[in-house]
Write a protein that binds this ligand. Structure first.
Ligand code: PEP
Length: 249
């Protein structure tokens, strides 16, 4: 079995101005430790100063979205190659807030994921059910549909990370039971193996995201098949983000 190094990724969303963000990045860099990978994903305009603050630290830099085209007449958008050129190694795609706020569907997420791969970026593809879907017993079906629609053919365990983020757990303080998280992660790994091969299934990092914080991180990160976390609110406080990272088994 492949040893999957845990990845603790911070999604800063639309938060922060330059000075605070540089301080936050420096504090994260100062706390980086062996045995786990750290990643921060600031708002696009803050990528250059954060890149400078992280330089030489080993903490990776990511973006929160990219366009599916490599360039051209797309006002306000950013191409994956521009992100790579600015120092990013990762990009979050298909986050539920983009799916909700910008009407992004699986086809678009798949095209963006392909663009990210073409630019050499690792795509962190987010999937997750709504509360209504969970209550209706449709969670695994929904996850299967999102994976089927959002992942291009060229997915490997090297160019893609999956983030399981129940929509109802994001920013709410609520989390699924540990059993539910384990069930969905096992389901995702099975789908990845079935579509992309046993090696991809074995090697793919599958993160949990949704109200992860220092007090619940150890339990969530200890679940078999959980290879790290995608952290929103708690990634804005260096101490909390690093405490979560330190909870990796
Ligand atoms: C997220 O939006 O990716 C997320 C997990 O947010 P939070 O940790 O705030 O729930």
């Amino acid at each position: 079995m492949t040893r999957r190094i845990p990845l603790i990724a911070g999604n800063w969303k639309m938060n922060g101005l330059k000075a605070d963000s540089v301080d936050l990045a420096r504090a994260v860099a100062a706390g980086a430790a062996e045995g786990r990978d750290l990643l921060v994903c600031p708002p696009a305009v803050l990528i250059p100063p954060v890149a400078e603050a992280l330089d030489g630290s080993g903490v990776a830099l990511g973006a929160q979205d990219c366009h599916f085209e490599s360039g051209g007449a797309h006002t306000g958008d950013i191409a994956a190659a521009m992100l790579a050129d600015a120092g990013c190694s990762h990009v979050i795609l298909g986050h539920s807030e983009r799916r909700a706020d910008h009407g992004e569907g699986d086809d678009l997420v798949r095209a963006k994921t392909g663009a990210a791969h073409a630019a050499g970026l690792v795509a962190i593809v987010c999937v997750g059910e709504t509360l209504q879907e969970r209550d209706a017993g449709q969670t695994l079906e929904r996850i299967s549909a999102q994976l089927g629609g959002s992942l291009p053919e060229a997915v490997t365990s090297g160019n893609t990370v999956i983030a399981y983020e129940p929509v109802w757990a994001i920013g709410t303080g609520r989390t699924p039971t540990l059993e539910d998280v384990a069930e969905v992660h096992a389901h995702i790994r099975g789908r990845i193996a079935a579509k992309f091969g046993a090696g991809a299934g074995d090697g793919m990092r599958i993160l949990y995201g949704g109200s992860m914080k220092p007090s619940n991180a150890a339990a969530l990160l200890a679940i078999d098949g959980v290879d790290g976390g995608l952290i929103g609110g708690a990634s804005l406080v260096a101490e909390d983000f690093l405490a979560i990272a330190a909870s990796c088994p």
